[in-house]
Design a protein around this ligand. Structure first.
Ligand code: F6R
Length: 589
């Protein structure tokens, strides 16, 4: 959600800024802008819509020679997506870009208006610029500190002062990574924005201020210098190219066999140490969106096969509820980005209650990874498409192994076939993905529909939720998932002739029950599509997936649904990798 990049001391800052913004596009945005600076002046250029529009504007503008620049992609929160609301914002000597939300912007603005300060935009960011400028006399850090005393909210700021040749960076609840090199220094909200310029970096912590100049970077906390440990980016981290694929979503789905293998190799050796949950009496799984739906599969598996009581809750609800903990509660947080504001708040709530926290997370440098007590890393690599695919599959995979190991520890499962079959998963997923033609044929039948429903029971219902979310977010077709048995308690009235109903049927014990519900819908005209691990005749269309151990079965079903959503969205001409209104990393609540 919003992307930030700053560059100092590099020969061609404009190129680096635009390149960085493109690598941050996945975060979601509706306008973009940049500011360039030399010893005498600051030049600001902004545009609404795609970065290509900003690029065009930049090439039509006579640019000042600059050694310093900041740039931003904005996802509108305060004020509509417009040029005037786009960042950077300037007030007096201060020009800045900002990720996050300043919650008390209205009060601060009223105060500053009384001081005779005027505003041009509707944004909370301009208020921050005005506040820092209000406090600024000569000492930049002092002005920033004074402003921070007044500000309530979340932020990552990059700040320029008209009479300083340095770049100031600071953060709270929004990440910033600082890249260092002998051909310039960099700062961005994600390492992918600067990985093509430097592989040496450090993470800026809350409470620190980084001061970047062309030849050095200093970090201060409470007026004292902080020594930072410089890290080196792994070879593969930060590789976010699309390769031969038309879309990132497709590339990332096709990477699923590879990332399953990588994750399995990284966790298999210490499976029993991380997954012995038997010391706890209850588990809370907390996450948002798809990560929460992955959690629902984990809940079903733990309840069904390890008889473990599990609460699975959306983080935005959990954080504000009266949660009853006891000392034997474990809170599992699931997140691809590790920066989702609500999930982080849920983790902090659990920590405040002195309850153990375990994060299942992809980004190793993220806030969730750093603040949780224990971590299991999924090895998805960079996920660029806004709709998660490979990270979701890995979250389910890790939860399946956790549940399996717990069931073994509790003496409820004795055979090791799960681990044997886990080794075969990459090959099996590849088989499922290779049947793209079948999904295209189904997509052709359903892509022009306005409503598509999914049904399932237990784990199949949790799978349905993800199938439905994937479809609606990338294709904009209205879709809902229902527990199959609930259909006739109201929703069946929406079924009409030709309306697609996708049923997930992978559990033998309740197969007949769901089939009966499907029959009810079929007899009312629904176009029935069955996704199953056994052939079920008499329905309009069928997707057959290989049958595996119940712990692993969802991992073979969801890739079909992801590809189906992809093909439908493609036929409808949607912006698949960046669906409207969505952001990859939801850093505000
Ligand atoms: C849907 C999707 C979102 C995320 C959710 C949580 O395709 O990607 O629902 O799953 O925003 O994000 P993370 O996993 O980064 O916490």
């Amino acid at each position: 959600m919003c992307g930030i990049i700053g560059v100092i001391g590099k020969e061609d800052p404009v190129h680096a800024l635009l390149d960085g913004l493109k690598n941050l596009e996945y975060r979601g945005y509706d306008s973009a802008g940049l500011a360039l600076k030399n010893y005498y002046q600051i030049q600001v250029i902004k545009s609404v819509g795609k970065i290509a529009n900003l690029e065009e504007k930049v090439s039509d503008t006579s640019l000042i020679p600059a050694f310093l620049g900041i740039a931003h992609t904005r996802w509108a929160t305060h004020g509509s997506p417009s040029e005037v609301n786009a960042h950077p914002h300037t007030s007096g000597k201060v020009t800045l870009v900002h990720n996050g939300i300043i919650e008390n912007a209205k009060e601060i603005k009223e105060r500053l208006v009384q001081e005779g300060i005027s505003f041009v935009s509707d944004t909370d960011t301009e208020v921050a610029a005005a506040l820092i400028n209000f406090y600024y006399e000569k000492d930049a850090i002092q002005a920033i500190d004074l402003a921070l005393n007044d500000i309530v909210g979340s932020y990552a700021f990059l700040i320029l002062f008209a009479d300083s040749n340095q770049l100031y960076a600071l953060r709270k609840d929004s990440p910033l990574v600082v890249g260092v090199s002998d051909h310039g220094n960099f700062v961005a909200s994600d390492i992918v924005a600067i990985a093509s310029w430097t592989r040496q970096y450090f993470l800026l912590e809350e409470g620190e201020i980084a001061v970047l100049s062309d030849s050095r970077v200093d970090v201060f906390r409470d007026g004292k210098t902080v020594e930072k440990n410089i890290l080196t980016l792994d070879q593969n981290d930060g590789d976010s190219s699309k390769g031969q694929y038309e879309h990132y979503m497709l590339k990332e789905i096709m990477e699923e066999p590879m990332v399953i293998e990588k994750t399995l190799n990284s966790i298999l050796d210490h499976l029993d140490t991380f997954s012995d949950l038997t010391q706890y009496e209850q588990i809370h799984i907390v996450a948002c969106g798809s990560a929460m739906y992955a959690g629902m599969i984990g809940k079903s598996l733990l309840e069904e096969y390890a008889s473990f009581p599990v609460i699975c809750e959306v983080a935005s609800e959990y954080r504000y509820k009266n949660i009853l903990y006891d000392r034997k509660t474990l809170v599992i947080l699931i997140s691809q980005s590790g920066e989702t504001a609500d999930t982080i708040a849920a983790m902090r709530k659990a920590k405040d209650a002195s309850v153990d926290t375990l994060a299942i997370v992809n980004v190793k440098t993220s806030t969730l990874a750093r603040e949780s007590d224990r971590q299991i890393f999924i090895e998805a690599g960079p996920e660029v498409a806004v709709a998660t695919t490979k990270a979701y599959i890995l979250q389910v995979f890790v939860l399946a192994l956790l549940s399996y190991q717990t069931a073994v520890s509790k003496g409820m499962v004795h055979d090791s076939s799960v681990l044997v079959e886990a080794r075969k998963l990459p090959q099996m997923i590849s088989e499922v993905l290779n049947r793209r033609d079948e999904y295209i044929k189904i997509a052709e039948k359903i892509y022009s529909q306005e409503n598509i429903f999914f049904i399932g029971r237990k784990i199949d219902y949790a799978i349905s939720l993800e199938g439905s979310l994937k479809l609606k977010e990338v294709s904009y077709i209205h879709s809902e998932a229902y527990q199959a048995g609930e259909l006739k308690h109201g929703t069946i009235s929406l079924i009409h002739e030709g309306m697609p109903l996708i049923a997930i049927l992978t559990q033998e014990d309740i197969l007949k029950k769901t089939l009966a519900n499907l029959e009810e819908a079929k007899s009312r005209g629904a176009m029935t599509i069955v996704v199953s691990n056994q052939s079920i005749p008499f329905y309009d269309m069928e997707i057959l997936v290989p049958k595996v151990n119940a712990f692993l079965q969802p991992i073979l079903v969801v890739p079909c649904l992801q590809l189906l959503a992809y093909e439908v969205a493609k036929m409808r001409g949607c912006d698949i990798d960046k669906p409207r209104n969505l952001a990859k990393s939801v850093t505000v609540e």
